[in-house]
Design a protein around this ligand. Structure first.
Ligand code: MN3
Length: 202
């Protein structure tokens, strides 16, 4: 089995001006596509060719000899979630079960928002910021480079790419402005609610 690049769930210009068409063309059409192509090349003819993405990530985590597979599988996994976490006219405070879960774990939506922006802005270098379900508790975390939260037994609810390639064309070095746009203008709470339901169900 080989993996394929999923289509963006919206037109390439749909997130502008918060994330531009130029950024999406490069980020999805080049960066994400390259992770998928490299992964397919690395697993071709090996036992991992028959595994799903989750299984490949979990099997290769913390192994020195499979770090290339892990990095490309992890990045394929992360980006699959990231595109779905954004939608035109998204953002703001959520409804549904995620609203109650955020209030239960952080005290208020504003406290969650402050924590997410702080952790995502403070992450040093390339990586990802997350809202995860860890046991019964929601947590804001960040991971380095390609690491998905499933490596730590956590279920991803929000994936936010903080590699410079996700924001540099639009915001240059102003990562906090990108993060605020992601949360306040783009976040797809319907998808996050679906992820929460799936995480609790499984
Ligand atoms: Mn990326």
């Amino acid at each position: 089995m080989s993996f394929s690049l999923p289509d963006l769930p919206y037109p390439v210009d749909a997130l502008a001006p918060h994330v531009s068409a130029d950024t999406l063309r490069l980020h999805h059409g080049k960066h994400h596509a390259t992770y998928v192509d490299k992964l397919n090349g690395l697993i071709a003819g090996t036992r991992m060719e028959g595994l799903g993405l989750d299984a490949i990530v979990l099997e290769t985590a913390d192994t020195a000899e499979q770090v290339g597979v892990f990095n490309n599988a992890g990045q394929a996994w992360n980006h699959n979630h990231y595109w779905n976490c954004m939608t035109p006219n998204g953002g703001g405070a959520p409804g549904g079960d995620i609203a109650d879960a955020i209030n239960g774990s952080f005290g208020s939506f504003d406290a969650f928002r402050d924590e997410f922006l702080k952790v995502a802005a403070a992450h040093f270098g390339s990586g990802w910021a997350w809202l995860v379900l860890d046991g019964d508790t929601l947590k804001v975390t960040s991971t380095p480079n390609a690491t998905p939260p499933i490596v730590h037994g956590q279920k991803a609810l929000i994936a936010c790419d903080v590699w410079e390639h996700s924001y540099y064309l639009d915001y240059q070095n102003r990562r906090p402005e990108y993060l605020a746009a992601f949360l306040d203008k783009l976040l797809n709470w319907d998808y996050v609610n679906q992820q929460l339901a799936a995480a609790r169900g499984g």
